[in-house]
Design a protein around this ligand. Structure first.
Ligand code: S3P
Length: 427
């Protein structure tokens, strides 16, 4: 396990970019592989999660190469994948295993998918259940609760599924299975989760219908290869945004960040806390809104958040908790039980690690209450193998007195290779 030491930082200033969006990168590889023609992807995230997806498609006979920074995926059409000769390894990536379960369920071959030790204890029933209703033959450990998953491809049939969770992974898995199913497949979610699948399938020429919280797809539609420009990941930008807000005297511009409204909850909340954040130069890349984000350090105040906002910032709660730790007053986060089944149980891991800095934090069943204070003390942090815990606590380390050591910092490569170099370049 690698360790990185973080010390009190001078102000963050200048212009920067963040690596490509992880969710959009996964989808561009997956959809490119089953499209007709060659898909060109600019700005693909080369994090470990996306490399798991890339390797899985190579193992199913898809040629993926790179030319002058553009990744080329030679799609073979809806029925062009071939049976993998070995187990597919999704590593730490929940998006890979869950979305691909839907895709693989409708193939005419057998496949097995596994993941790392953190992945193998994450819930898979949430996708196995609806896929089984569609006729899928998909099996996992402990009655289908956990990976490895074993998938005997078969002809699927469309269903109307009412999802109990607002999860883009569940929704996308069913939509992908729906592409291979007879008839119409629809998914209804309690609140809107990120909609990159819907947007990108539209970009590849697939027709989807949206009515409120329900999205429907007709099976058998072919995808046409396209050009994708992957915007910067707002979930990665969030670490730099919070760093610039809490490190005094900072002024930062992060260029070309994806600002899809299903992902910008973090910007809305930080603004409500008093954060000086502006969006400039708004444009659209392949159906996804993009902007430059300008941040100036600010005096933050505690807030209460919950409800429909939660899916719009679910991955940003660890770093939002760091902002709350430096805000005046209390911040209360509720309705975020999903945090318990992320790369780590983030209610537990955020509470355990942030309290080491001297922050008072109360764990709730579905969230947390954080009491802000004026200073933090450096400490030894455990990442629990979770990239976002490692980065959030490194941001806290930038304002803490004394040294903060992040143990297990290699987890950061899952989504933000070059994170520490990016921070260093701004100070
Ligand atoms: C993702 C969806 C979210 C998110 C994850 C990426 C995606 O998970 O937390 O990091 O790319 O679809 P859920 O769908 O489980 O909420």
């Amino acid at each position: 396990m690698s360790k990185v030491s973080v010390n009190k930082s001078p102000s963050l200033r200048g212009e920067t970019k963040v690596p490509g969006d992880k969710s959009i990168s996964h989808r561009s590889l997956m959809f490119g592989a089953i499209a007709n023609g060659e898909t060109h992807i600019r700005g693909l995230l080369k994090g470990e999660d996306n490399m798991s997806t890339l390797k899985a498609f190579r193992a199913m006979g898809i040629e993926i190469t790179e030319r002058e920074g553009t990744v080329l995926v030679k799609g073979k059409g809806l029925h062009g994948l071939s049976e993998p000769g070995d187990v597919l390894d999704a590593g730490n990536s929940g998006t890979t295993i869950r979305l691909m379960s839907g895709l693989l369920a409708g193939q005419s071959f057998y496949s097995v998918m596994t993941g790392d030790r953190y992945q193998r204890v994450r819930p898979m029933k949430r996708v196995i259940e609806p896929l089984t209703q569609m006729g899928a033959r998909i099996y996992g450990r402990d009655g289908g609760r956990f990976a490895p998953l074993s998938i005997v491809g078969t002809q699927l049939k469309g269903i109307a599924y009412d999802s109990p969770v607002a999860s883009a992974q569940v929704k996308s898995s069913i939509i992908l299975a729906g592409l291979y199913a007879d008839g119409l497949t629809s998914v209804t979610e309690p609140t809107l989760s990120r909609d990159h699948t819907e947007r990108m399938l539209g970009h590849f020429g697939v027709k989807l219908d949206r009515q409120g919280m329900t999205v429907s797809i007709k099976g058998g539609q072919e995808l046409s290869a396209g050009e994708i420009i992957v915007p910067g990941d707002i979930s990665s930008a969030a670490f730099l945004i919070v760093a610039a807000l809490i490190v005094k005297g900072s002024e930062l511009k992060i260029k070309d960040v994806g600002v899809n409204p299903t992902r910008t909850g973090i910007v809305d909340v930080l603004k409500a806390m008093g954060g000086d954040i502006t969006l400039e130069n708004e444009r659209v890349f392949a159906g996804e809104p993009v902007a430059d984000i300008v941040i100036r350090s600010s005096h933050l105040k505690g807030v209460e958040i919950g409800g429909d906002l939660i899916p719009r910032l679910i991955d940003e709660v660890p770093v939002l908790a760091v902002a709350a730790a430096m805000a005046e007053g209390k911040t209360k986060i509720t309705g975020a039980r999903e945090l318990r089944v992320k790369e780590s149980d983030r209610i537990k891991t955020v509470s355990a690690e942030l309290s080491k800095f001297g922050t008072r934090i109360e764990e709730l069943d579905d969230g947390m209450v954080i009491e802000g204070r004026e200073s933090l003390s450096g400490c030894n942090i455990n990442s629990y193998g979770d990239h976002r815990i490692a980065m959030a606590m490194a941001v806290a380390g930038l304002i803490a007195d004394g040294e903060t050591v992040i143990d297990g910092s290699e987890a950061i490569d899952v989504s933000f290779p070059g994170f520490f170099e990016a921070l260093k370049g701004l100070t």
